[in-house]
Design a binder for this molecule. Sequence first.
Ligand code: SAH
Length: 351
Amino acid sequence: MTALADILRRQIAAQGPITVADYMAQCLLHPRHGYYMTRDPLGQAGDFTTAPEISQMFGELLGLLLAQVWMDQGAPAPFTLAELGPGRGTLMADILRATARVPGFHDGARLHLVEASPVLRAAQAERVPGATWHDSADDLPEGQPLFIIANEFFDALPIRQFLRHPKGWAERVVGLEGDTLTFGLTPPAPLAALDDRLDGTADGTMVETCAPALPVIDALSSRIMSLGGFALIVDYGDWGSAGDTVQAIRQQQKDPVLAHPGEADLTAHVDFHALAKASPLAATPLTPQGVLLARLGIAQRAEALARNLTGAARDSHMAAYRRLTDAGEMGQLFKVLGLYPPGAPQPPGFG
Ligand code: SAH
């Protein structure tokens, strides 16, 4: 039993079942026992790994994409170069290395990182010196264009789950059976916020909503709308929500969602349609990660890097290339959405 499981059990015993969003929020961000607050979970030795940790090519190509969009918008300076949930800082470090020779890009960039975890802030500070940290996207600077990237940030935001029922919706909650955390359902009732989902959702189907994503989209949209910029959102998910997608990962393995609160990573698929709908910005077509990276030239970059490698190093480099791009690996499950000012040039690579 984890320390957080004990806290949750007492809370539920005293006050009744909690929403899946409350459960996720406490598991991930509880100040003392939250998963991200207490550890660096990333990398080959950690609980899970991410695209920037797999290969430097991911950040290099997306960095050059950001710089291209910045140039297409007239190379405004100064501008905010920001990241949401930067993990170990690897992605931003790769972006900065790849863009070092883009004239004016580094001179104009003011680095801002949005990060909740003190442990990860410390890791980021080593790789991205000179950045300014914020707790929330709301705190990003106003008054200058915003070029911002988020990889596997939105999937960490707490979601609520609602099961379609003839009488409306039953919310999935976390309750107690004896001493054990278990899933339950509230009695079904109409819910105005989900009225637009009634027709398209069959009885017995789960719909997920992510309220915390909306203020983040608002914060970046208002800045990009008024002074220009670009938001590049990479995550696993799709256009629309797709049933029960909450999952726990612990030591690189799937784990039952309620088994180890605070000691497993919890994520849910990102509903990109909900993000695009919440923003007044123009949206690129939602593009699979493998397709976008191919259009940005990852095959050529992979070959160029391979030329300096031999033996096991070369094999692992080529394996990383396939892992990022193959449809059976991350290439299809992960999607990329770009948001940009209506009327600005279309970002390249999205078709
Ligand atoms: N982008 C990184 C890390 C992904 S893990 C990579 O690709 O490797 C999710 C990241 O989001 C972590 O840095 C985590 O601490 C951060 N995070 C999760 N929820 C957050 C929140 N509500 N506010 C700010 N940061 C958050």
